[in-house]
Design a protein around this ligand. Sequence first.
Ligand SMILES: C[S@@+](CC[C@H](N)C(=O)[O-])C[C@H]1O[C@@H](n2cnc3c(N)ncnc32)[C@H](O)[C@@H]1O
Length: 275
Amino acid sequence: MSEQDETGAAREPELGEFDAHTPNIARMYDYFLGGSANFVADREAAEQLLRAFPGNVEWTHINRAFLGRAVRACAEAGIDQFLDLGSGIPTKGNVHEIAQQVNPAARVAYVDIETIAVNHARQLLADNPLVTMTQADITDPGAVLRAPGVTELLDFGRPIAVLAVAILDIIDVADPAALVAAYRDVCVPGSALVISHSAMLDISEEEVGGAQEVFETTTTPTLRTRDHGEVLEMFAGYDLLDPGVVPSAQWRPDEPISEEYAARSNAYAGVGMLR
Ligand SMILES: C[S@@+](CC[C@H](N)C(=O)[O-])C[C@H]1O[C@@H](n2cnc3c(N)ncnc32)[C@H](O)[C@@H]1O
């Protein structure tokens, strides 16, 4: 349910506002990860999503673990600047914590559209001059790339890792590869691209349909799976690090995993280095 204006018409919250009554994917994701930055409407929608697709909690943890391994790999490859698109509500294993474990001077510009995510991050990061949180819509690269939190923190004359993790599948854009390319085009060679994207690996059509119905009740009503080729296309201009675009649990796992577990990623993921 959206808020209403004085005439009773539905009114979408603007950037900086939030609607606690409409489920929100950032807050649902926080709930799945065991966080407390969520409201009743988010928890109810999250539980509904679990009834449609019981594997969702595992999906969330597999995704988050991929994000951690990918950030570490970028930092270990010498990249010390990160632009995290659709960063979410701060939780365990944040990008800046992982990157700064490898290089204490690493800089991270977080970007998210959701007010609670932005407010939480700003509180958490108030004392960290190497990390910013920008509220913006990542489907508008111009707005993101002009934001002071991005331009004043990151040096686009040096390599940057652009993170698009569990975000390109929930935004309403016809051509996500073109969106990714807009960010690629402001990066110098040696920059990285990290993507994870929902895919039908062991999830059924019925489960996806049920999940999509729940997404339709949220502030971001889109949920799209894509196949391996479509995710690969998003890496145009990049050389993929081994093992390429694979189920996210299979991307450089910390310990050997089974094919069954890999399939439960229900997402393809990869890391590319800009030529
Ligand atoms: C599923 S969470 C992923 C969080 C994090 N990237 C991760 O993988 O752990 C998706 C995030 O994208 C944000 N988001 C959705 N649409 C967005 C948009 N158009 N612009 C910026 N952020 C958006 C949501 O608010 C949410 O925090």
